[in-house]
Design a protein. Structure first.
Length: 287
């Protein structure tokens, strides 16, 4: 993805989030709020009319005030509720705090490790998205600044859930798409552990979902892809891949769902079921 900025004759700023320069999403911004560069990527915050504040990393929109709940709820709650009792969680990426916020809604959670290479992302979120950053203060949270692949490769802990909230091939940690990374993830899971990978849009990056599915297959017996609709994605749809070595990915803990239901704005038990009912073109990507 790439961002382009176009002022119109009325002095409005239009942000174009483009896919391969051919199609995408256009958002009208009120004004830029923040712009800086870390050692890894450009970091920008804009105030917009329809999405509130938006966070852009390396030329891609990664979070908005008004619809990022959808993404974070869908990458977190399906695997969390597939597991019988998720206690130790690892989030690879996730410096925006959104996944952490959703994970901490589950009362089974005893510890969360967040691994993000870019300290300035966390600092930016703490300044401009304080609600997203609340989980950083939780005493169950341990924030580690490192390459996710390197951290897991040297980690001796086992996790019940590993959430890989990083996918941008042009981003600062391209190793998170490698075959060996998927092997390392599988080695860091507890016996009934579940990993979930964000696999982008099946419309414009269907090959990414296919490649990820094929790459994880030697390491995970169980795999289930699922999707959600999301307005701030240029294609309107995002996909995920849940994986487990011995886990029952058909499981859904209704009682635990009821403890988080009122805290969710998008996710519910019907959405959970429907997310796994894939369009035919997505099923074909998984053959």
């Amino acid at each position: 993805m790439s961002l382009n900025f176009h002022p119109d004759s009325g002095s409005s700023l239009w942000i174009q989030n483009l896919i391969h320069g051919l199609s995408g999403l256009t958002i009208r911004a009120k004004h830029p709020v923040y712009c800086n560069s870390s050692p890894f990527q450009k970091i920008e915050v804009f105030d917009t009319y329809s999405f509130g504040l938006i966070l852009c990393l390396g030329g891609s929109i990664v979070m908005t005030e008004h619809d990022s709940d959808t993404y974070h709820e869908m990458i977190v709650h399906p695997p969390m509720l597939m597991h019988t009792s998720p206690q130790k969680i690892c989030i690879i990426g996730g410096g925006d705090g959104g996944c952490l916020r959703e994970v901490l809604k589950h009362d089974t959670v005893k510890s969360v490790v967040i691994v993000d290479i870019d300290k300035m992302v966390k600092e930016t979120v703490e300044r401009y998205f304080p609600l997203q950053a609340e989980g950083f203060k939780d005493n169950r949270t341990n924030f580690i600044y490192d390459d996710g692949y390197h951290y897991l490769k040297t980690c001796e802990e086992k996790f019940d859930i590993i959430i890989v909230d990083s996918y941008d091939p042009a981003g600062p940690v391209q190793s998170l798409e490698s075959h060996d990374f998927h092997r390392v993830v599988s080695m860091c899971l507890s016996p009934n552990g579940i990993a979930v990978f964000q696999t982008d849009s099946p419309i414009t990056r269907g090959n990414f979902l296919t490649n990820t599915f094929q790459s994880v297959t030697p390491f995970f017996e169980e795999k289930r892809a699922y999707i959600c609709s999301m307005r701030s994605f240029p294609e309107g749809i995002c996909s995920f891949l849940a994986c487990g070595a011995k886990s029952d990915l058909e499981n859904f803990d209704q009682k635990r769902y009821e403890t988080i239901a009122e805290q969710c704005t998008y996710y519910n038990s019907d959405i959970h079921t429907g997310a796994f009912l894939l369009p035919q073109y997505v099923k074909l990507l998984l053959r």
